[in-house]
Structures are given as C-alpha cells and as structure tokens.
Design a binder for this molecule. Structure first.
Ligand SMILES: Nc1ncnc2c1ncn2[C@@H]1O[C@H](COP(=O)(O)OP(=O)(O)OP(=O)(O)O)[C@@H](O)[C@H]1O
Length: 908
C-alpha cells in the first residue's frame, strides 16, 4: 500500500482498529505502521502525532507508543474517549471498560436492545424530529415502565443537546382530586398569586402528563388548544401566555378510551410498551438479576438465591408487570435480611422468603425446602451469562482464519489455534452448565439427538461438549439476542470466508456438519447460524482426522417396517463406515412410491451426482423413469437386495470403482438384475469463463457459491474462454450442460445465452440476469437472500481479497498505480466496466508475477507482438515500477490478455 497523505494513514489505522480487542497491540506502534505502509518512520511519527492533536487518534504512551483510531474505539466499546493520551495501554483499556459500563440514557432500561428496542427507536425519532420534536403517547399496562421510558427519553434529549438538562416536569394526573385542581396545576392559577403551573415550569423542556386519561374533558380540550397554538391562559385570567414545551402522555388503558379523540389525533407518535409476559424469558431473567443486583448494592452484601426461588420467580405471572417483579425482589431481600446476622457479608434468599402471592401461586418443591439446595450467586450469574463472552470467543475463532487470509499462518496452524480456543471456551461452558433452564434443556435434547444420529451414521466421533455449544448458540438466537444478531450480520463475510476454507479443505466434515444443521433446522424450525455451522464443522474435524464421505451414495430401499434400515445398519457396521442410507417403504408401496422417495433423496443431495440403489422387487424401468427428470446423475440399480449384495456393493463404493464395474462384480457377470442409468436431461449450468488463469474462475465460483443460501441443482462451473470462442456451439460444454448464463470479462457472443460481465456483477447491474438463470432452483425469498449476499460478497475489495493470496489492500495500491500509469501512458480513458475487469485481472497478474507463475501461452503471441508493439511497450512502461521492484519480466502473453480487455473500450 502506498500511503501519500495523512488521510490515507488515518484510514489505515481505522481499518486496523476495527475489531481490535486487545490482541497484538504491536501492530499499532509507529514503527510497525511505517513498515507496513512503506512510509519513513519520521514522517509516520509526525503524521500520527498530528492526528492525535487533531483529535482523531488516541495514543497510549510508555515505550513503545501505540496509536488507535478514536472513533473506531468509541464505536466498538460504546464508550467515550475524552482524553487524547493515556499513560499506558493498560490505562486506556481500564478507561474503555469503565466508560463501557457507564450506561447512558436508554441503555439503563433492561431490554433496551430486545423487547423495548422498537419503542426506544420511536422515542428517539420523536425527540429528533425537526424542527422541535413531536408529542408522544406512551401506552401500556400498569408497571410496564412508561414513566421510566419518558424519563430516559428526556435524558436522551439532554445528552443529544436537544433539550437543556433538568427541565423535566411530571404532572401525576391521576392524583388530582378534581378537574379544577388539574387545570390549576397544569395551566397555573391567577387566583393563587404566583401559581404558574406545570406548563410554565416546563418552558423550554418537557412535561410528562402521567396517566393523562384521568384528565377531564375541559383539561384535555385546553391541552389541545395549547398544542395547536403554543398559547394558553392561567385559570382565572385572560392574559395569553406562551410556552415552548414538549408533551409526553402516558396512559394505562387503551388510548382510544383514555383520551379525547381530537387530542389523540394531535399526538403523532404512539408507543405501545409491551407487558412483561410478552417479553422473552431471557429478559425476565435479566430483570430479576438486575433488581437483585440493585438490592445487593443497597445492602452492601453479596446475594445468593436458591435455584427454586429463581425458578418460582421466573414462572410467576406478574399482573403488575415490571413494577410488581421489582417489589417481589425487594420483599424477598427484606425478609432474608430480617433473618440474617447483622454482620454477615452475604444474604441468602430461600423459598420461605418469597412474598405470599408467589408462594400461593405454585407448589413448593419439597426437595428444595431445606437450605441445602444449590445457590446462584447473583454477581457470578450475570458475569457468566454475558453474551459478550460468546462474542469474544467467536471473534477469536474468526481471528484465526483472518490470520491465514493475511498469510500469517498455515492452515494447520489455524485449526490448531481454533481448537485451543474451543477447548478453553469449553472449560467455561462446563462451569456454566449449572445455569441452565428448561427451555435450554429442550433445545439441547433435540441437538444431542441429531448429533448422535449423524455421528453414528458417519462413524464420526463428536466431542461431548459439541451439543452444549451449539445449543447455547441456538438458545441465544431464539432469544433474539440483538448483540449476537448484529455480530452475525457484521461478520457475515468473514464467516463465509472461514466456511469456504473448510468447504475446500475438509469437504467430509462439512458434509456432516451441513446434514446435522439441516436436521436441527427441520426439527426446530430454525436455521442454525453460520457461526454454529462453522463450530460444528471444526468440532467434527477436531475429533476425527479426515472424515471420509464416499463419492457414490448407496441407498437400500425395502418394503416392510425398518427392513431397509436394519439391513443398511448391519452393512454399515460390517464395512466400518457409513455407506448406505435407507428408505423404508410401506408393505403395499409400488414402484412409483419408491421413485418419489428416491427423487426426494437425490434432490436433497445436490453435491452428489452418483448413486446406487439396491431394492427388493419391482420394475427397474419404472423406478428409473421416476427419477429421470433429475439432471446429470448416474444411478446404478440392482434388485433382490440382500446383506451379501449390499456388502459387496459397499466395498466396491469404497474402492473407488465406477458404478457399472461395482454392480457387475457384485451381481455377477451376467448381472441380469442390475442396470446403470444416466439421466437424459442436461443439467443447467452457470459458467464462469476464465480468460487467462483457470484458478481465477474457480475462486470466483467459491465466492459465488458461498453467497448461495443453500446448495442448488444448477451446476456452477469454470470454463476456458478461448476454448469456447474457438469451438463455438460445437464445444462439448453445450453437449453436457444447458448453459443458462456465461460470466466473465469478455462476451463470447453466443446467441440466446445471456452474458454477464464481472464488472456488472460488482456494480450490481447484472443481478437480474443471475436471478433469471437461477429462478428454476431458488424461490423468491431465497433469491432475495442470494442477491443481498452477492452485493456484499462481490465488492471489488472482497473479490480481490478472495482471488489472491496477497494482502488485498497492498495489492489494490499496486493495481491502482498500474492502471493509473497505463491510462496516462496510453492516453485512454477506460470505461467503468473495463476498469473493474482490469482491476481484477491485474490483481491476479501481479500475484502471478510475484509468485513467478505468469501465463506463457497465448494463441498468437508472435502476431500480437508484431501488431501491437506500441501497446506492449506501453504496458511494460506502466508496470515498470513493479517489475523492477520484484525483478521479474512481464511476458508478452500476459500483455496480450490485458489488450483483450482494453480492446473492449476501443471497439465500443
Ligand atoms: N425495562 C426496565 N428496566 C429497569 N427497570 C424498569 C424497567 N421497566 C420498569 N422498570 C422499573 O419498574 C418500576 C415501574 O416502572 P414505571 O413506573 O416506569 O412503570 P409505569 O408503566 O409508568 O407504571 P404505572 O402505569 O403504574 O404508572 C420502576 O421502578 C421502573 O424503574
């Protein structure tokens, strides 16, 4: 990367600080930065210190000095960094953690990122609505937190500088004994000397009209006039006064019944605060812990509560919502306090400390009546339950893969590091095991069942903790934990990258992980996250050195209860590996039923194209006919299945033989009962054309396939562009595939087959063509998800990152330089499309030059050299800065490929 300006340096540090959680701080020193950016040490130091002065960087002194991007640190830690320098890295970390824990305005409400996050967004919008904000109505059952939200809304307005601090006035409308009193209190009363009223007191700030439904119609009418004109009069005088007041109303009843319709119409923002019972159990638990912790602080003691106390409090339905729950916690603690020693350091809360209403609502658990039951430490619980711990663990795992992408670690090293992280995380989970609830246990039961079935099927071993780990991820997902959801969205591209690595290096493990995730999804109506999929595959890899999945899938189908299953199981055991799946059919099933089940089975395995079906009796034609519509598969069929036949076929499958050979030797030479069918329908395909280096197209396919929401039947293949334009329609590609779309740098011009330039993919112009090509295989929702992924995955930087092993940022610096020089030397302006194609092509070219594997072949190198001598010289000049730096030559063949791209513009 060539850095010329201070701004570029700032951008670099910003990128470096993104995701920084304290690991490898040495990257943030002036010397590391100057080395990385090819800038002199002195200039780097000068720029860095200037940026600190400008308030854009913060530095931690003490040798060596570290520099971080201030805004990025603040965003990540959700903290304010008020000072520019710190005495040490440790001091900076302590400051960030302190600030992070200091909650601001809405964050103080439990559930601010969950059940009431929508309410909060509405309130924020109302505060900020130009020019003076909007009146708000907060509606909800008693005790749901309406007043709290109104207060926090005011704090938010003050934090944002929209309102001055300290000007929130609350009018408790239900407390006024008469309409007259309400009027006098709100508007002021001239007959009582200087009684100015709430409106005047709130001038310039906010007036909270709590339980506004209790106001009489005259009062509501006068509020309406005030809202329309900004004017009002005190009771008992005619003088007109003005006030600039934001109004917030709360009502506990249905707003339509509580307020006059005309007044209600003038309040544009109506926020409905959900009752406690509509919030998730996770949030209810958080509220419980929150109030217990407050009591602990107030009493200056550690609090421990019995697990049964906890469960009974969780199970109780609080009609009075959060307010009642809070009171119950208080009452428990007060009871426990009464019976404790005055100088005890801890407070123990048992069932008999519970308030009457909870005791009466559920039967006591006799086992828990004594004081021996297990206790939960309130402080520990909160610490251990933090989603943060999961996120940090996930970050560490992705960090291992990021190092590999940055060429800093070998793949083996990546896996080793991942295992180390998984192991230490397991220690934590094991410790955390006692803090589980019934919902979690139910999830774990499903997950364990699936994992057991899958591991048995593939004879794979899964670590005991695996089910626990995946269940925790699912549990968090079911709680709709926003922190986790946002993390998954933010790190989606990295997750895809890591999964891509596993797909390439460990296809067996990935197959098992995918199958398990599909089964879990089916059982729970929930798609497991990409992170959980990654952990699953890593765990499988960890416990099984190179799991193998056969290239040909064996299937045994028989009529009768579990006949096929038990035969498949026996044979799999005898072979020692999972070889056969089973299709159990009802006794009266016909060939058509078998064909339908087989078709489903094959369609669910789009990555496998070869199958052998062993079945009991029936017509092979009919079965074959039934699955004839599936494209591009080879299916071997044999009837009269027996354990001996299946054993012979299974051994054949693992010896790597071809279907025909396997069947012939298993059924005997005459082999009357066996047949091999190849489907007649051509498989649909999307083709990535490679113009120079086939590796490029293959890596593009990785990226493309990684964006798919699920595997598809359409083949996605790489093919040589020059071969295509030579043999045209005669090419064997068209004999084998029904080509739906050609993607590449140059259009080979086949009539009736749409072409998509890579450049258009990056600028998103070509999405329509991709959708059309895949519309047979993906439904509308899946296409939508796919398009979103493509937009994200096919950004220029991401494509380049994916295509080469070099540091993408550094590489882009080179490419930019080369393209700019080429433009200057040739005097040509390249179109967007050509520029993007050049960027991609040159990125790969630079890698080829640096790794000394340039393309030496071009169909007519000599002719090209004769005709385009000037262009050859121009390219050599444009690349001189690179070729001289790395002491390499750029062969004419490579220049010819560049010419092909540039010529697209000449032709236009
Ligand atoms: N999300 C929350 N996080 C923390 N504390 C909460 C939350 N919601 C409510 N509380 C606490 O619960 C108690 C009741 O809340 P609040 O008085 O705001 O409810 P309300 O809906 O205005 O009640 P009412 O309708 O009875 O006036 C308060 O002590 C409040 O601080």
């Amino acid at each position: 990367m060539f850095v010329k300006t201070k701004e570029e340096l700032l951008e670099y540090i910003k990128g470096l600080t993104d995701g920084f959680r304290g690991e490898e701080p040495e990257r943030f020193t002036a010397s590391a930065i100057s080395a990385r950016l090819n800038v002199s040490r002195n200039l780097t130091s000068q720029y860095l210190n200037e940026l600190v002065k400008d308030g854009l960087l913060v530095k931690a002194n003490l040798r060596p000095v570290y520099f971080f991007h201030k805004g990025m640190l603040e965003a990540q830690y959700d903290a304010t960094v008020a000072q520019p320098t710190f005495d040490s890295l440790r001091e900076l970390a302590a400051h960030l953690n302190r600030e992070k824990n200091r909650l601001r305005n809405f964050q103080k409400a439990v559930g601010s990122t969950r059940s009431i996050s929508d309410c909060i967004e509405q309130l924020k919008a109302a505060v900020k609505y130009p020019p003076h904000g909007l009146p708000v109505l907060l509606a909800g059952q008693p005790g749901t937190g309406k007043k709290l939200l109104a207060r926090l809304m005011y704090e938010y307005a003050a934090d944002e500088g929209v309102l001055p601090p300290g000007r929130l006035v609350t009018a408790g409308c239900a407390e006024y004994r008469s309409d007259g009193e309400a009027l006098a209190q709100i508007f002021g009363d001239a007959r009582r000397g200087d009684a100015l009223g709430c409106l005047a007191a709130a001038d310039g700030g906010m007036l909270l009209l709590d339980e506004a439904g209790a106001l009489g119609s005259e009062c509501q009418e006068r509020l309406l006039q005030f809202m329309q004109t900004g004017r009002y009069s005190r009771c008992g005088e005619d003088a007109v006064r003005t006030a600039d007041v934001r109004l917030v109303f709360t009502v506990s009843a249905e707003p339509g019944r509580a307020l006059d319709r005309a007044l209600q119409r003038l309040i544009p923002v109506s926020v409905s605060v959900p009752p406690l019972e509509e919030r998730t159990p996770e949030e209810k638990k958080e509220l419980l812990l929150y109030f217990f912790k407050r009591e602990a602080r107030k009493n200056g003691r550690k609090i421990f509560i019995g697990t049964s106390v906890f469960h009974r409090m969780m199970d109780y339905v609080y009609a009075g919502n959060v307010a009642q729950l809070k009171n119950c916690v208080r009452s428990c603690c007060a009871n426990a306090f009464l019976y404790s020693d005055a100088d005890a350091e801890s407070l123990y809360v048992y069932q008999y400390h519970l308030p009457e209403e909870i005791l009466a609502a559920s039967r006591a658990d006799p086992a828990a009546e004594n004081e021996q039951e297990s206790l939960i430490s309130i402080n520990e619980y909160e610490k251990l339950d933090a989603v943060d711990i999961f996120v940090r663990f996930y970050d560490s795992i992705l960090g291992c893969f990021a190092r590999q992408a940055g060429e800093e670690a070998s793949l083996g090293g990546v896996f080793e590091r991942c295992y180390a992280y998984i192991n230490s995380f397991m220690d934590y989970l094991y410790f955390d095991k006692k803090h589980t609830n019934s919902r979690f246990n139910a999830i774990k039961q499903v997950v364990d069942g699936v994992l057991e079935a899958v591991s048995e099927k593939y004879h794979a071993v899964l670590p005991v903790h695996c089910g626990f780990l995946i269940s925790r991820g699912l549990h968090a997902q079911m709680q709709r934990n926003l922190t986790l959801q946002r993390w998954l969205e933010r790190r989606d591209a990295d997750l895809e990258g890591a999964l891509g690595t596993l797909r390439r290096t460990s296809p067996g493990e990935m197959t098992i992980a995918l199958e398990a995730s599909e089964l879990i999804g089916q059982n729970m109506d929930l798609r497991i996250s990409k992170m959980d999929l990654l952990l699953l595959a890593l765990n499988i890899k960890y416990s099984n050195k190179g799991v193998q999945v056969s290239a040909i899938r064996g299937v045994i189908a028989c009529r009768g209860y579990a006949t096929a299953s038990s035969m498949a199981e026996t044979v799999n055991k005898l072979i020692g590996r999972h070889t056969f799946d089973a299709i159990d059919l009802p006794v009266n099933a016909g060939e058509a039923d078998l064909a339908v089940r087989l078709g489903k089975y094959i369609r669910r395995r789009p990555t496998c194209r070869a199958f052998i079906l062993l079945f009991d009796t029936g017509s092979m034609e009919a079965v074959g006919e039934g699955v004839g519509g599936i494209a591009n598969i080879r299916l071997g069929l044999a009837d009269n299945v027996s354990t001996a036949l299946a054993l012979a076929v299974g051994r054949g499958i693992w010896s790597g033989q071809e279907i025909g050979t396997i069947l012939k030797s298993a059924c005997g030479d005459a082999a009357p009962g066996c047949r091999v069918l190849a489907s007649r329908r051509k498989q649909e395909a999307v083709v990535f054309m490679s113009d120079a280096d086939t590796g490029v197209a293959e890596r593009m396919i990785d990226l493309f396939s990684g964006s798919l929401p699920r595997p598809i039947e359409t083949a996605v293949i790489a093919y040589d562009y020059y071969r295509l334009i030579q043999s045209r329609e005669e090419d064997e590609l068209f004999g084998r595939y029904d080509v739906k779309l050609l993607i590449g740098a140059m259009d080979p011009g086949f009539e009736g087959i749409p072409f998509l330039a890579i450049g258009d993919m990056i600028t998103a112009e070509g999405l329509g063509r991709i959708d059309a090509a895949l519309s047979g295989g993906l439904d509308a929702a899946e296409l939508d998800a796919f398009n979103k992924n493509l937009l994200k995955d096919f950004s220029l930087l991401n494509v380049v990152k994916h295509l080469t092993i070099l540091n993408p940022e550094k590489l882009m610096g080179y490419v930019q330089e080369a393209v700019t020089r080429l433009r200057g030397i040739t005097g040509k302006r390249f179109s967007n499309r050509v520029t993007i194609a050049l960027y991609i092509h040159i990125s790969c070219l630079i890698e080829r030059l640096i790794t000394r594997t340039p393309i030496e072949q071009y169909p007519e190198t000599e002719g090209f050299l004769r005709e385009k001598e000037r262009f050859v010289a121009q390219v050599k000049e444009a690349f001189h800065f690179l070729t001289s730096h790395y002491a390499v030559e750029i062969p004419v063949s490579e220049i010819a490929y560049i010419y092909q791209l540039v010529a697209l513009d000449y032709e236009d």
